[in-house]
Design a protein. Structure first.
Lengths: 746, 328
């Protein structure tokens, strides 16, 4: 196994550059493994890159969306006469204007425009299109909607009460999904336990808080197709959903992605795409829309809050004997990917630990809160927070070192998952834990800061894992076409792969894979990624999957292309390859048996914190992250992903407090919803990268996009406990909560 | 934002005259007013642009009058002014932890004292709360972790300014100019609890402007400190803040002014705590009992009980830090 350190523990400074140099020093002509500069960097730095908000066309008009801004109500009447009389206003569209008024990432349970009922504050009610943005805003203000408010379900614990109003009448229940795992015998597992730790954990909504709010431009092209230019995470699925709602064949719809300013899962669902397409289609004019920050925060989905009841048992010598988990997820008003998130949460709630007796009940319920869906980690951060908290509490109860306790239970080659399937090998989680422990010189003795007695320091550890790709039986595929131009020598390679680059660097990695597979220099490679009518479907930019899938699809396409180049005289050579990873299976509804994941990636993090016990403020001084990535395709980007993910995880654990009241979002802007600043991120971030090749991944690569976020919260909370002796079971640890917690101890 | 007229008056007098007309607001840096207009909390028909009034942008100091700070002076200017940093560092500290560098470049001291509250019900167009002319303070029964623990009725929003507690601890006054009158009032008189007939936190009339902030000369040996607790390291409003200015006779306190931010609808001076430290050398015991006196009578709402502990901790920390420094 190869290994390099992002930042050598002794060097103790921030930044990816050290990791990058470390690898560049290797003697190789191959680009995979090198920190080549981002292919999009120069244009972005020069301000040349067009983001969705920058797009324009002569003749374009502007749209504003009227959001419901009430959690649950019946629409009695919409009066648009005053709007239509407003100078500059061209049209108002409501539910009856939508040919097929439904959409959804997995299940189309969401109206494009609400006709009868609004189910959460972000529901769209009407579209106002005007000559300019100002007129659209004024026109929107003059829309009169007559509502009859309905009782709102805002506590997921009450969603299944017999008295609760059913959100989707056709479903007859607010239960959106439920899963089970029944492995071994839970009763006898607890009988064998010498200690049992039982807790309830509460994890909050999280806002994606990307730099670029939703925006786009839609128009008709010369062939009469409706074109939607925007930036999100899955162009081909957007196209599918738009075509469905507009009642058009897929080839009448073109989705073109520009570069995007962040996504983190928040742009996996459709937000503005369908309404833009609808307006452009109806008016046969270019239509532009930019969401304000508060529209973005209210209008797009969130990370699911989870309420997790955990009961874990272990023997005196630290072997887990029983894991019982009850997961309740607040799905909000529509399905989005709640079922799939629940799948992940269910399969991963035991943590990467062996246990013979597992009992899991999990449910996702509809409420009148904002819809929840994909967010970096996709269910794993919530349940692994609970799992790692349980391990740290067990270590305390057993008076055992928490790294040692983990090592006795962590998966290794040959381990069986809670779902009954063997863990895909090689299993590197013990190695990452050992690497993190080494970098931290674990077990670390606390040195209380001398400055003020009220400031207390502590250390905490957590592991994490995340599946690569969709899994659970999803028919996963990734198609790439390579075109080789030239005669005897390859002069140009055109890569057709509809891969979204939300800022994580997918296009750079794609270029690296192509360059190596065809042995051509970077300059000869031309990417066609944005346009669904010209690029092949690669699947979403999510699930830590894109580098993994693209790499394999490129490998397959390159082999075909080289073969044709050798054996055929026709130029250009064109080769298409569809990569399908090994199949997975869904979980059995009764027992949870199944083979849920192609592969996993692993991490361990150790946090050092300082808690000001007088003010409740928590400062993360240092975060060590050890990751097994299989292969660091581009070390600089890799470390950027890990550190960025960790910062986002620490944000979720400390400053990001999404406050809801009776279905309203109290924090619809960045003055109230705080995200970490550079000063909230630890001064020292040591990232240790291990490369234990995954035989299924391209040159051994696993995924990494989500992993940095996952162990951060439980590592931080463990460190706060180490400092103060108090366990905090609810995130985030705001000063308010920390002070309340500290007051409860004598 | 609705369309509005933007007028740059030639001088202060015309500015005040223009303000007499209904639907008119003054704008300085615009950092608070423009966001309010964007979210429709205010839709003035006319804005009177103060930025062009050079006569309001100055910072003077002399041994008799102390500091005279023109209302248009920016927070950045205050934060970096050498004389302020030397003679009244508490004000520089307060300015340096307010908002963000960009906002401090634009935001003025006058606007800072007149800014609107940050209560999330007040700021949300969906709620017509009492302060906006409605009947209900939603926060009293609702989400109130950022709200007042003292005097929390009829409105429990807290004044968000960092400068105000520091200035009040310095004994500062503001000079107000109106159409017919002008005069100087202390900050204790300037800030008032909102009442049904005056739903705002100051006595300022619609056609009045702050023209100057005055900080009197301090006693020979005086020191001050501003501490601010936030939900993150920087760029957040105070959960609780404390401003303490002490005049010393060697290591004994001659007199102290202790002001809390974030605990009441207006900056909250705590005479009971000041009384406890007067004529004392500050020990941990004294600091503790002063901190307890400061929070006497606090009545937390559902979510903000933590502010009591937090405010006490800050008062104690401020006093102990000043005492420590006084020994050196
Ligand atoms: C994101 C954010 C974070 C912030 N954080 C903090 C913080 O941590 N601490 C803090 O103290 N402040 C904070 N602020 C508030 C900021 O300091 C104020 O917005 C700023 O000081 C106001 O000054 P201005 O000149 O921009 O006022 P404007 O926005 O121009 O005016 C604000 C109000 O004051 C009135 N006004 C302006 N000048 C005068 C005058 N001379 N006489 C009478 N009335 C006048 C205006 O009519 C208006 O009603 C924050 C603001 C934002 C947007």
């Amino acid at each position: 196994m190869k290994k390099f350190s992002g930042t050598e523990p002794k060097a103790q400074h921030k930044g990816a550059s050290d990791g990058a140099t470390a690898v560049q020093e290797r003697e190789t002509t191959k680009l995979v493994g090198q920190s080549i500069p981002r292919v999009d960097a120069i244009d972005k730095v020069l301000g040349k890159t067009q983001y969705p908000g920058d797009l324009s066309r002569p003749d374009m008009v502007f749209m504003k969306v009227l959001l419901a801004r009430r959690p649950h109500a019946r629409i009695k009447k919409i009066d648009s006469s005053a709007t239509l009389a407003t100078p500059g206003v061209m049209a108002v569209f409501t539910a009856s204007d939508v040919p097929c008024n439904e959409y959804g990432l997995i299940e189309p349970d969401q109206p494009v425009l609400c006709g009868d009922v609004v189910r959460y504050i972000g529901d769209k009610v009407a579209l106002v299109i005007a000559q300019n943005e100002h007129a659209a805003i004024i026109g929107r203000e003059r829309l009169v909607v007559d509502y009859e408010d309905l009782p709102a379900i805002t506590d997921p614990r009450r969603a299944l009460d017999s008295s609760a109003l059913i959100l989707h009448a056709a479903k007859k229940t607010n239960l959106l999904a439920q899963r089970r795992i029944r492995k071994g015998n839970i009763e006898s597992g607890f009988t064998k336990a010498d200690v049992i730790v039982e807790s309830e954990y509460v994890t909050p909504h999280q806002e994606h808080a990307y730099l670029q709010p939703e925006a786009g431009l839609a128009y008709l092209d010369e062939q009469g197709r409706v074109v939607i230019e925007t930036a999100a995470q899955w162009s081909h699925d957007d196209r599918h959903q738009i075509a469905h709602a507009l009642g058009l064949p897929q080839d009448q719809v073109r989705v073109i992605y520009t570069y995007g300013g962040g996504a983190f899962g928040g742009k996996e669902d459709v937000s503005i795409q369908i309404v833009l397409a609808l307006a452009a289609w109806k008016l046969r004019k270019p239509v532009k829309l930019i969401w304000d920050r508060d529209e973005s925060i209210i209008g797009h989905h969130k990370r699911h809050p989870y309420i997790i009841k955990a009961k874990w048992g272990a023997t005196r010598d630290g072997k887990l004997t029983a894991i019982q988990m009850d997961l309740l997820s607040d799905a909000g008003a529509y399905a989005s990917s709640s079922r799939e998130v629940l799948n992940n949460a269910t399969a991963m709630c035991t943590g990467p630990y062996e246990c013979e007796n597992v009992w899991v009940d999990s449910r996702a319920v509809y409420t009148n809160n904002p819809t929840c869906g994909a967010f970096r980690g996709f269910g794993a951060p919530q349940v692994e927070f609970a799992a790692e908290m349980q391990m740290n509490k067990l270590a305390e109860a057993l008076d055992m070192d928490s790294v040692e306790l983990r090592k006795k239970n962590l998966w290794r080659n040959g381990s069986i998952q809670a779902t009954g399937a063997p863990v895909p090998e090689p299993v590197g989680v013990i190695k990452v834990l050992e690497a993190a422990a080494r970098a931290a010189a674990w077990p670390v003795k606390k040195s209380s800061s001398k400055r003020l007695e009220t400031k207390k320091r502590g250390f905490g550890v957590a592991c994490g894992f995340k599946n690569v790709g969709y899994g659970f039986g999803f028919d996963e595929k990734c198609t790439v076409t390579l075109e080789l131009h030239g005669r005897s020598e390859i002069e140009k390679v055109v890569v057709r792969a509809g891969a979204s680059d939300a800022g994580q660097g997918a296009h750079t990695i794609l270029t690296q894979f192509v360059a190596d597979a065809l042995d051509v220099p970077l300059e000869k490679i031309q990417l066609v990624t944005g346009d669904t009518s010209e690029a092949d479907p690669v699947g979403s930019c999510s699930a830590s999957r894109l580098a993994f899938m693209l790499g394999q699809a490129v490998r397959g396409a390159a082999e075909l292309a080289k073969e044709k180049w050798r054996t055929q005289s026709e130029r250009p050579v064109k080769a298409t390859y569809r990569f399908k990873p090994r199949p997975t299976t869904p979980l059995d509804p009764e027992t949870g048996r199944g083979d849920p994941a192609i592969s996993y990636c692993y991490a361990a993090q150790i946090a050092e914190v300082e808690v000001d016990t007088a003010t409740g403020q928590v400062t993360v001084l240092k975060l060590i992250s050890a990751h097994d990535v299989g292969k660091a395709v581009n070390p600089q980007q890799l470390i950027g992903q890990i550190e960025g993910g960790a910062a986002q995880g620490l944000g979720w654990a400390t400053v990001e407090h999404f406050v809801m009241k009776d279905g309203f979002v109290m924090t619809p802007n960045f003055t109230l919803y705080l995200i970490p600043t550079v000063l909230d991120v630890p001064e020292i971030m040591n990232t240790v990268v291990l490369e234990d090749p995954d035989p299924q991944g391209p040159q051994g690569a696993r995924g990494v996009g989500e992993m940095g976020l996952i162990p951060a919260a439980p590592a931080l909370v463990a460190a706060v406990h180490d400092a103060t002796g108090v366990w905090f079971d609810q995130l985030p640890l705001t000063p308010e909560r920390v002070l309340k917690g500290l007051q409860s101890v004598p | 934002m609705r369309n509005f007229e933007h007028i740059t008056p030639p001088d202060l007098e015309s500015a005040v005259d223009l303000l007499s007309e209904r639907g008119t607001k003054s704008i300085a840096g615009g950092t608070d007013l423009l966001p309010e207009m964007k979210s429709r909390l205010r839709s003035p028909r006319r804005l009177v642009n103060l930025k062009a009034l050079e006569e309001l942008r100055y910072l003077k100091h002399n041994a008799r009058k102390g500091f005279q700070i023109g209302a248009l002076t920016t927070l950045a200017e205050i934060e970096s002014n050498e004389l302020i940093r030397e003679k009244i560092p508490i004000l520089a500290q307060a300015a340096s932890v307010a908002a963000s560098p960009q906002l401090r470049n634009m935001g003025t001291i006058g606007g800072n004292l007149c800014q609107s509250v940050r209560c999330w019900y007040y700021r949300a167009p969906e709620f017509k709360c009492w302060l906006k002319g409605g009947d209900t303070c939603y926060a009293i029964e609702g989400e109130n972790k950022f709200h007042a623990i003292l005097e929390s009725s009829p409105c429990c929003a807290v004044h968000p300014s960092d400068l105000a507690p520091a200035l009040m601890a310095l004994g500062a006054s503001v000079h107000i100019t109106g159409t017919d009158e002008e005069g100087t009032v202390s900050l204790e008189e300037f800030f008032v609890r909102p009442k049904a007939s005056n739903r705002q936190m100051t006595i300022l009339g619609a056609n009045e402007l702050i023209t100057e902030v005055q900080v009197p000369m301090l006693d020979g040996d005086s020191s001050g400190i501003y501490l601010k607790a936030m939900d993150r390291k920087v760029w957040a409003f105070a959960l609780v803040s404390v401003a303490v200015q002490v005049s010393w006779d060697k290591e004994r306190v001659k007199g102290a002014r202790i002001v809390l931010g974030g605990v009441a609808p207006i900056p909250w001076r705590v005479p009971a705590a000041e009384e406890i430290v007067r004529d004392q050398a500050i020990t941990e015991e004294i600091a503790t009992s002063a901190s307890e006196a400061a929070l006497e009578g606090a009545q937390p709402l559902r979510d903000n009980g933590y502010k009591i502990a937090l405010a006490k901790a800050l008062v104690k920390r401020a006093l102990m830090t000043l005492a420590e420094r006084a020994k050196k």
